[in-house]
Design a protein around this ligand. Sequence first.
Ligand code: SAM
Ligand code: SF4
Ligand code: SF4
Length: 340
Amino acid sequence: MTTASKLIDAMGRPLRDLRISVTDRCNFRCNYCMPAELFGPDYPFLSNEQLLSFEEIERLVLLFVKEAAIKKIRITGGEPLMRKNVDHLIEKLVRIDGIEDIGMTTNGYLLSTYAKRLKQAGLQRVTVSLDTLNNERFGEMNGRGIGVQSVLDGIAAAAEAGLQVKVNMVVKKGVNETDILPMAKYFRNRGHILRFIEYMDVGNSNGWKLDEVFSKKKIIETINKEMPLEAIDANYRGEVATRYRYKGSNEEIGIISSVTDSFCSTCNRARLSVEGRLFTCLFGSKGHDLKRPLREQKSDDYLLELIREIWQTRDDRYSDERFERTDIERPKVEMSHIGG
Ligand code: SAM
Ligand code: SF4
Ligand code: SF4
């Protein structure tokens, strides 16, 4: 049974999930996230001292559990497998009373090496990002010329280690919409849920344009032509992906349509950035600094009050606003600092 979150925002939304970014570094340079031209060899990534330590993350998670009865955590980045000993963090978080589910979003490149260790540490699920099965296109999209096989090996290693695997595919019009069907068929046959993500205007670096979005409607039309779909109910209120199954089967896909069919009214996620700022929206600008009070040895009561105040005054609905008006201009946090 799920206990209701005690913490409700200004629009009646409970706080349920916490996403934690553990590094701003990445071994890929996906052009929709960290384009190589902007994230070059001299890019000033954060120093170790600037990152939250595992102990600091653990303390914050304990407080979130206490204040909001958080049960679900997702580890992300940057590329979370580039944070040294990230399995040690998972071991700490798994032991926290109340935490029932820990997942990780990864590009999968290092998963063959780490899958077993992650599972042993207590990780339950991974979402692996893969945008195409076409080697050449994948190399271009990841900005490093890396081939598909390394990621497929990572997925296989994760499944073999007993981790639940989902796959995320960002669809960018004019780039990889022809990969929708091959990806759908491939992962349907292997029993992994594939989730299509509309290309979003995260951060300030990707030069996003509305006409580069391949919409949820078009994604469904594309798949329907060969493999008819039917809608199915959400697993729980606030689930980001809309679910569909292939007619006459139990195999499903998901679509995350933050641009053409936004879902702010049920958004119950908070994000802890790599340098310890709490963001109440993926499209936030500055977030709220939790690292400073942590390092000033403030009391639990002080931090709890801060978290409470931040969430209770939250009124974010960026994607809904963007849908109403696509010319919103504001500086946004980079995706690599807060994860997806
Ligand atoms: N490096 C890991 C990975 O790629 O899975 C975790 C961090 S990444 C920022 C988290 C998710 O955000 C990935 O699934 C990625 O494809 C997605 N993402 C990044 N930039 C995006 C964009 N502009 N639009 C939609 N999704 C995006
Ligand atoms: Fe790295 Fe993930 Fe961003 Fe790609 S989407 S550049 S893999 S953080
Ligand atoms: Fe939540 Fe912000 Fe995304 Fe809306 S735009 S669903 S409030 S993260």
